[in-house]
Write a protein that binds this ligand. Structure first.
Ligand SMILES: *Cc1c(COP(=O)(O)O)cnc(C)c1O
Length: 338
């Protein structure tokens, strides 16, 4: 088996999770009769101190449902220019919500209250109605960067003053919580809605959870059905989610340590131009010309190590729970010899 550093989405269920899947009590979730889904939704809502939760097949669907519920056609959504909701969801904001994006140039995927303030449209019939701000934590394209909670609080105050909703794309929120020593409730009390992924570093085969107020989630449940995401005995997968929330959160630190280890060895290599600060489980680095990202990725591939070239000169490594300390040492040795 190659050592796969392409993404934390490649993670396979560990034996305990497979056991939980096999033994899950299930029912028809569209009838609200799946005990495992009901339990996962209640655990997730409680964890964040929010009223209700909705199990979704993917993080993309969770985000798109949230955006649909928070906007009206013709509205404008403010987010970072690198945001997943903007660049990686197939134009979903336009397709699903008939809304448009005002993209802001942030710092490694993170935007500031002052920038958002300047991007809010005045109440003028010529201008789209600004209705929603989306933040991403950790930021994927930002190399796993984390927000400062105080910066988020400032954004929340601004949103409250301007009657804007605030959504968090928390696909890798638990990585941020572990890295910063923060609590889910710190986020639950700020955001109108939060989505987080089970299918990434938490190691589930599929799944994401959307959390928010009761009436928002009720609306979201209807939108999920319209999007084709009303699943039946999906409790098998929700059971994996419950297992992940119980067993796979605190261990994320190990992935972060592994990322640091890889960054450290990269920092000694001549072909590396720069490395983005490593805050969680993602390492993004730039190669020095004439060397190209593709050349390095191909060389790694020859040694059975998989990584992504995310641009002509940038490579991304993502660490995750299927990578052992031995795997990481092996990768470090290969990089050493490049
Ligand atoms: C992976 C990811 C998502 C959702 O991805 P799915 O593959 O649809 O589950 C959303 N936002 C960010 C930042 C992501 O990295």
């Amino acid at each position: 088996m190659p050592i796969d550093l392409r993404s934390d989405t490649v993670t396979l269920p560990v034996p305990g999770m497979r056991e939980a899947i096999i033994n899950a009590p299930v029912g028809d979730d569209v009838f609200r009769e799946d005990p495992s889904i009901n339990q996962l939704e209640s655990i997730a809502a409680n964890l964040f101190g929010m009223e209700a939760a909705l199990y979704c097949p993917t993080g993309t669907m969770s985000n798109q449902i949230a955006i649909k519920c928070h906007t009206q056609p013709g509205d404008e959504v403010i987010c970072d220019s690198q945001a997943h909701v903007y660049i990686y969801e197939g134009g979903g904001i336009a397709f699903n919500s008939s809304s448009q994006v005002k993209a802001i140039e942030g710092d490694r995927g993170r935007i500031k209250a002052e920038q958002i303030q300047a991007a809010i449209n005045p109440d003028d019939v010529h201008r789209p109605r600004t209705s929603l701000v989306c933040l991403e934590n950790t930021s994927n394209r930002g190399g796993g960067s984390c927000y400062d909670l105080n910066d988020i609080r400032k954004i929340k105050d601004l949103c409250s003053e301007n009657n804007l909703r605030l959504h968090l794309d928390g696909a890798r929120l638990f990585n941020a919580l572990v890295a910063k020593g923060e609590k889910p409730r710190d986020y639950g009390e700020i955001f109108d809605s939060i989505s987080f992924c089970l299918n990434k570093g938490l190691g589930c085969p599929i799944g994401s959870v959307l959390i928010g107020k009761k009436d928002f989630i009720q609306k979201g449940r209807r939108v999920r059905k319209v999007f084709g995401g009303g699943m039946r005995q999906a409790g098998f997968m929700a059971a994996a989610g419950i297992y992940a929330l119980e067993h796979h959160i605190s261990r994320l630190q190990e992935d972060h340590d592994h990322a640091q280890q890889l960054a450290k060895i990269l920092s000694t290599k001549n072909f590396v131009e720069k490395i983005l600060p490593v805050e969680t489980n993602i390492v993004i680095f730039e190669v020095k010309p004439p060397c190209t990202a593709k050349q390095i990725v191909d060389k790694l591939h020859e040694k059975q190590i998989l990584a992504f070239a995310i641009s002509a000169n940038r490579i991304r490594f993502v660490t995750h729970l299927n990578l052992t300390p031995e795997n990481i040492s092996l990768v470090a040795n290969v990089i050493q010899d490049l």
